[in-house]
Design a protein around this ligand. Structure first.
Ligand code: MGD
Ligand code: MGD
Ligand code: SF4
Ligand code: MO
Length: 712
């Protein structure tokens, strides 16, 4: 059988790198970057290059598993497994009502272009308020801030035109992630170097000197969780020195005085001392950022998870707003996005969306938290499962998530997963969560699916669209996640609806039909992109002629950025007054991404596992010396909530007083004996009940107060 080469894109992560894939007799034999792609230019990373192993690994689940009365999993045909799940869901809904069923979309599900739409549609059809996604484990403050403070309809400045970039706890070189205005994830290191060669200045604030920090013009080793001090100090310099855009502020900003008064106490000395940086550098960074003409400040996961997430995000928004880092009339609109409904691109602030706390939005039974947009915060999932009463969750469908390692309070989450009457895990691997499931449904993997690049189009500065075909033959009895959701709806006698209206329920629609319905109102429908892509041998289609230009503001445009909303200036004042100290916990454990993983994804793959066998605990050599611990020894890391094990790794690239570790390793059983093979899950140290963000429920997943000792 001859080897055929197809154009496709990688869906190991959200970057969607353009790839060529060699397929022999339906089997993936090799992948490599597509050198002809105008945006990615042949770039891939070590994870994407393992797609052949991922598709072909002998221990991949190619049939579904249902737990029998003896507690053992039995291989079960997909149709039978779905019928079993459907019957169980029907029984639970009839007895306890729709809220007894929860659905969770994790990051393994997001990689399928139809899975979010299908899962959310099933949740709506069931009528449950319990729809969760990894967004509320990730950076929910961004959703909240945009809704509360305002969004510029023309979008943020483009990285490709920036003369400054300020990355706060964001390491796109490894993560391939930055929010809009930050570094697009397509060959990120090359992009930064190209912009720097063209004169761009790079400022990085991170308690560890990460890969991107090595390229910085100014590196600020901010203390974990103290980003508000750094940002408030910078804002004070910018305001006092008049370096902000007065015209823009006069025309588009309310609440400027409240912000100015709140940052006033953050003199360079006060701010620098609290943030743990040099006052001179803070001033220099403020001037460098504000004196540039274009370019944004953005945050990544670190500061969002470090306890002052919404406040930090608010201050970053204030920085970009005072400096007017938005696309203006006559310029190309940022992020054209082919697969989402066209929105007006004007030089004005969009009407605020009631994404949080509006009357009538569903509430959780816990901690005063409620829906953020259409989803319930992950913070409450374990309690909603474990606590009897109205709306107690009895069934959970996890679509490519891994709650046992991704959620806060691991030991409680494990109890919750075991307390469920029905736990359905959609997963190609026997992951930490799959081990707890009642039913594991085996999905197709990416090269066996048709997909559009709706996940990565958030970063494309051009109208770059893809529609790729299934190029590999799916082994065994696996189907696409959207088909699973459709069959469950069908079994329950429910009608699914998408943006374009009702989904045909007589027989399961094709993927392209489903995607067309899901994206109804978008700029170019998936079926059209498919035709255009076919005409180009499967390559990307760039609809340059459809790139919107920012239009003038409406004459009566009155919406403003409201920097005083939600009492954020007050929150800054309270932050200054109360410097948290956790007695007995001298270290802060901060989050990072592992190069050889995408969260927990990648662990089952031989070569990636060889690169990241364990989850090293990076600690400054002088701290190790002071603790009498040698590089490579096993340590106990304890928070107020629990203890995990780690392998100490000396690194002078982290500040003193810090343990830097990745999340989503190991499982709830991991301990000292298997730390070398599994690594530990930092979420055992976190809590859903204390130290969470009162608005988004985001748990303290970075800057966690811990104690480090040599393992007994
Ligand atoms: N302490 C701490 N906690 C964190 C974070 C942190 O930085 N620190 N980060 C948070 C963030 S940003 C996130 S996004 C969450 C992630 O939390 P989750 O989304 O819950 O976790 P993942 O590890 O991404 O889970 C992915 C699952 O999908 C499975 N999978 C792999 N490939 C496929 C596939 O093709 N299809 C399907 N259906 N499944 C597949 C994997 O085996 C795995 O079980 O974790 C959060 N938790
Ligand atoms: N290789 C790989 N890529 C990934 C993932 C992965 O697991 N592996 N996960 C994916 C996911 S789900 C997401 S959401 C993105 C996240 O993408 P990023 O947010 O870029 O994630 P990180 O690379 O961990 O960068 C966060 C940085 O914040 C720093 N930090 C920690 N605490 C603080 C703090 O209090 N203040 C400041 N200023 N910095 C702090 C950390 O040292 C780290 O360098 O990455 C995605 N990409
Ligand atoms: S960056 Fe993401 S999309 Fe690109 S090759 Fe790596 S895993 Fe695949
Ligand atoms: Mo994430």
């Amino acid at each position: 059988m001859a080897v055929e080469t197809h154009r496709t894109f990688c869906r190991f992560c959200h970057a969607n790198c353009a790839m060529l894939v060699d397929v022999e007799d339906g089997r993936v034999v090799e992948v490599r970057g597509d050198p002809d792609d105008p945006v990615y230019g042949g770039y891939t990373c070590m994870k994407g290059r393992e797609l052949p192993d991922s598709h072909n690994a002998p221990h991949r689940l190619t049939s579904s598993l249902v737990r029998g009365p003896d507690g053992q999993f039995r291989k079960t045909p997909m149709a039978e497994a779905l019928a079993f799940v459907g019957d169980e869901l029907r029984r639970i809904i009839d007895a306890h009502g729709p809220h007894a069923v929860a659905l969770f979309m994790g990051s393994g599900g997001y990689q399928n272009s139809a899975a979010w739409g299908a899962t959310e549609a099933l949740a709506r059809a069931i009528g449950t308020r319990n729809f969760y996604t990894s967004v509320t484990l990730d950076q929910p403050a961004k959703v909240f801030t945009t809704a509360r403070y305002g969004r510029w309809m023309g979008g943020a400045n483009l990285f490709s035109e920036a003369d400054v970039a300020f990355l706060v706890g964001n390491n796109p070189i490894v993560s391939h992630y930055s929010p809009p205005g930050g570094v697009p994830p397509f060959s990120p290191s090359r992009r930064i170097r190209d912009r720097k060669a063209a004169g761009m200045k790079l400022i990085v604030a991170d308690p560890r000197l990460a890969e991107v920090g090595l390229l910085a013009d100014i590196y600020l080793p901010v203390k974990p969780g103290e980003d508000p001090a750094l940002l408030a100090g910078m804002l004070r310099v910018i305001i006092r020195e008049g370096l902000y855009d007065r015209n823009f502020v006069a025309a588009h900003v309310d609440g400027f005085e409240a912000l100015r008064d709140a940052v006033e106490p953050f003199t360079p000395e006060v701010a620098a001392a609290r943030a743990g940086v040099e006052a001179e550098k803070l001033i220099e960074a403020a001037r460098m950022f504000a004196r540039a003409q274009r370019g944004c400040a953005v945050t990544g996961t670190g500061p969002e998870m470090a306890g002052n997430g919404t406040l930090t995000e608010y201050l970053v928004t204030a920085l970009n707003t005072l400096c007017a880092r938005f696309q203006q009339e006559g310029e190309k609109a940022a992020i054209p996005r082919i697969f989402t409904p066209a929105t007006p691109r004007k030089a004005q602030v969009a009407p605020k969306t009631p994404l949080f706390g509006a009357p009538g939005m569903p509430k959780s039974r816990f901690r005063g938290l409620g829906h953020l947009g259409v989803e319930m915060p992950c913070n409450v999932l374990a309690d909603e499962i474990l606590t009897p009463g109205e709306g107690q969750i009895r069934a959970l469908i996890s679509v490519g998530g891994n709650p046992e390692v991704g959620f806060p309070n691991q030991l409680k989450m494990r109890r919750a997963l075991e307390a469920l009457e029905l736990f359905v895990q959609i997963d190609p691997w026997m992951s930490a969560s799959a081990k707890r499931a009642t039913v594991v449904l085996a999905p197709k993997q990416c090269l066996e699916r048709e997909d559009i690049n709706n996940l990565s189009e958030w970063w494309h500065e051009e109208p770059y669209a893809r529609y790729v075909e299934a190029v590999a033959k799916a082994p065994g009895d696996v189907i696409d996640e959207y088909e699973m959701m459709w069959h469950l709806a069908k079994h329950l006698g429910l009608q699914l609806t998408l943006a374009g209206g009702p989904v045909p329920m007589d027989s399961c629609p094709s993927k392209v039909e489903f995607l067309d319905l899901m994206t109804a109102g978008c700029i170019v429908p998936p079926s059209r992109v498919r035709e255009d892509a076919r005409a180009r041998g499967g390559a990307a289609v760039i609809y340059s002629e459809l790139h919107p230009i920012v239009e003038p503001a409406d004459p009566d445009a009155a919406e403003t950025f409201d920097l005083a909303a939600g009492d954020m200036p007050g929150a800054l004042t309270r932050y200054l007054a109360d410097e948290a100290r956790a007695a007995g916990f001298d270290f802060r454990l901060i989050s990072r991404r592992s190069k050889a993983r995408f969260n927990s994804i990648g662990h089952p793959l031989e070569r990636l596992r060889a690169r990241a066998k364990t989850n090293p605990a990076y600690i400054h050599p002088e701290d190790l010396a002071a603790l009498g611990i040698a590089d490579g020894q096993i340590v106990e890391i304890s928070s107020a909530h629990a203890t995990i094990h780690g392998v100490a790794k000396a690194s002078d690239r982290v500040r003193r007083g810090i343990v830097s570790m990745a999340h989503a390793f190991g499982d709830a059983d991991a301990g000292k004996d298997d730390v070398l093979e599994k690594g530990a899950s930092t979420n055992r140290l976190t809590s859903d009940e204390v130290d969470y963000d009162p608005i988004t429920g985001q748990a303290l997943q970075s800057a966690i107060p811990v104690r480090v000792t040599l393992a007994a």
